[in-house]
Design a protein around this ligand. Structure first.
Ligand code: SF4
Ligand SMILES: [Zn+2]
Ligand SMILES: [Zn+2]
Length: 309
């Protein structure tokens, strides 16, 4: 590219910021991403001194970036970090991500657990999908993974759970839940989500304002080892269709993802606690004791349907 870094004047430009139109060199790009995440953490009050943050570490670009940036808080003794990887049992896919997660945790000296769906519930995701089940792979995967992460957070004494959701993930979730009229899930989105049930640890999304594209560039610029393949089940998902829809819109409207996010945040603030209270009243699951809105939680309902409870 025949241009200069808009920050330091270097000729080794690697990208152009879509919002500001400024060209950036490698170092200034890395710096801009880290600053943006730190700014978001402060703005949304995501971390407090003394937090023990459980990072959901799949070994993909998002969670590795998250671990890398949160580690700068750990190095300054602001927080402690532990990590968990969930092995859903997806052949030819998950194991390489898990190995990468193990390497990063070792490199940084972070306590790390790997939990398998098969060990936890007696059935892997591939086995579930091998039978004729009426639910989508991501529905089972999401519910079981959430259950494992919540449990691990309590076991490891975590005060927060950090996930690598990026701007693309978050805007997809917003649009999907709007389209499906799923108000319950819609009210649970945001940079920081806390269920009224004390048993659930606060969840934070420090990368919520960073695009998937920028996270991809960040791991390349920093030469971080990541698992780049996508899940074989991802193609079947409604999320993929919504992702294509938003990316098509972005071609003509470059800031559409930010406006979806800002619009959602405004609506959420305007609605306030009223919907939250209405939708998030809870009891404890009669089977496993986890907080739920119904008699039986989603995990126990699925396990019952699958005949493995
Ligand atoms: S794409 Fe779906 S099935 Fe694959 S890991 Fe993600 S949530 Fe699970
Ligand atoms: Zn520069
Ligand atoms: Zn249950």
């Amino acid at each position: 590219m025949m241009c200069e870094c808009g920050k330091c004047g270097s000729g080794y430009v690697i990208t152009k910021n879509k919002q500001s139109g400024i060209y950036l060199c490698r170092d200034c790009f890395i710096d801009s991403i880290e600053k943006k995440v730190i700014k978001n953490i402060k703005k949304e009050n995501l971390l407090e001194k003394g937090d023990n943050v459980l990072v959901a570490l799949s070994g993909g670009k998002d969670s590795v970036t998250l671990l890398e940036i949160l580690n700068s808080f750990r190095e300054r003794n602001i927080i402690d970090i532990c990590a968990v990887s969930v092995d859903e049992g997806i052949a030819n896919y998950r194991q390489s991500g898990i190995n990468i997660a193990i390497n990063h945790a070792k490199r940084l000296g972070i306590e790390h657990k790997v939990v398998c769906l098969k060990d936890e519930y007696g059935v892997s995701l591939d086995e579930i999908m091998g039978n004729n089940n009426h639910r989508g792979s991501c529905t089972y995967c999401g519910v079981f993974r959430r259950d494992i992460i919540n449990k691990t957070a309590r076991e490891m004494g975590a005060t927060k759970i950090a996930t690598g959701h990026n701007l693309d993930d978050e805007t997809q979730s917003i649009i999907m839940n709007y389209l499906e009229g799923n108000i319950d899930n819609l009210t649970k989105l945001g940079a920081k989500t806390q269920s009224p049930a004390d048993k659930f640890t606060v969840k934070i999304k420090p990368l919520r304002e960073i695009t998937e594209h920028d996270i991809g560039l960040y791991v390349i610029a920093k030469q971080l080892e990541v698992h780049f393949d996508s899940c074989p089940y991802a193609q079947q998902s409604f999320r993929m269709e919504v992702s294509q829809l938003i990316n098509n819109l972005e071609n003509k409207h470059p800031t559409i993802k930010y406006s979806i996010l800002r619009g959602y945040d405004k609506v959420k603030n305007a609605i306030g606690d009223s919907l939250n209270k209405k939708f998030h009243s809870h009891t404890n699951c009669i089977k496993c004791g986890e907080p739920t809105a119904n008699k039986l939680c989603r995990k126990c309902t699925f396990l019952k349907e699958l005949g493995v409870d």
